[in-house]
Design a protein around this ligand. Structure first.
Ligand code: MN
Length: 288
């Protein structure tokens, strides 16, 4: 028993880093949350870095009326350079999207720079998935958002900006090293997720400036169009923030951050950090 003395006062302090166990068992009896919209970007299917199994777990936990795929969903650019990595989980993701579209969810795909070949098909649809260059989404609260990938606001390169800043090899190395770090954290039963690439981005000043310029350009564009905000991807930097009355929202990615944006039934937008949701050890059949 702890006494009332000052020695044990620290036991009353809340630990904010202890994140709630929100979906203790996704896919096995968990009730699906109904949201109005799901926004995903930068999945990079076709690469080793794509965390498709996490994404599938996320999709099991949320059903929606609209699914917006905001670019760099399939990494055609990387596939043409370094070969194709297409494990069953990535295939399942494509099937799930087609299935959702077939079953009445409105699925819209806005190509990014890594899947820009699909920009040729803007205005057409495949398997009920509509391909658009950009899109204006009216949320349940009446706020109007511009949906886009965002690479046109990347000032320096049309390709992956983090690769230009941190170096192609080092960015990929950081992402890969993190797979082992995550394993180590799980083994040591440390909760949450820590991103090595994310740490590097916060520490490199040019990276911070780059994020800031990108966010500012996107918001300026949305303001010029008379909208209430923008939802985009591209820079692999998840964010929800208000800038002079406009909402800047970035989905992040499923290479490193494992984040998505959901619109709740009342129009409220939420950033979901799927990796910070404590999930028990992956069953062996999913780890294959
Ligand atoms: Mn991109």
């Amino acid at each position: 028993m702890l006494g009332h003395g000052t020695r044990f006062r620290e036991t009353h302090v809340h630990k904010p880093e202890a994140l709630p166990l929100r979906f203790p068992d996704p896919g096995f009896g968990v009730t699906m949350r109904q949201v109005r919209s799901i926004f995903l970007s930068d999945i990079h299917l076709g690469t080793k870095a794509c965390q498709a199994h996490h994404l599938l777990d996320f999709l099991k936990a949320y059903s929606a009326e609209h699914v917006f795929l905001l670019g760099d969903i399939v990494d055609l650019w990387s596939m043409s350079r370094g070969g194709i990595h297409w494990p069953p989980a990535q295939n399942t993701f494509v099937q799930k999207m087609l299935r959702r579209a077939r079953h009445g969810e409105k699925v819209i795909f806005i190509p990014g720079n890594h899947d820009e070949a699909i920009r040729e098909y803007i205005g057409s649809s495949f398997g009920n998935i509509l391909v658009e260059n950009d899109y204006i989404h009216t949320a349940a609260d009446g706020r109007r958002y511009l949906l886009l990938h965002g690479d046109e606001f990347d000032q320096v390169t049309r390709h992956h900006r983090w690769i230009a800043i941190l170096g192609d090899q080092s960015y990929n190395l950081l992402v890969r090293l993190n797979i082992y770090l995550s394993w180590l954290r799980r083994t040591l039963k440390r909760p949450g997720y820590w991103s090595l690439a994310g740490y590097a981005k916060r520490k490199v000043k040019t990276a911070i400036n780059f994020i800031f310029n990108f966010e500012e350009s996107v918001i300026r564009h949305a303001r010029e169009k008379g909208l209430d905000g923008a939802i985009c991807g591209h820079i692999h930097w998840p964010m929800i923030k208000e800038v002079d009355g406009l909402s800047y929202i970035n989905c992040g990615d499923w290479v490193d951050s494992c984040t998505a944006i959901v619109e709740h039934l009342d129009g409220r937008m939420e950033l979901i950090h799927w990796n910070r949701v404590v999930v028990p050890a992956t069953p062996p059949l999913l780890a294959a």
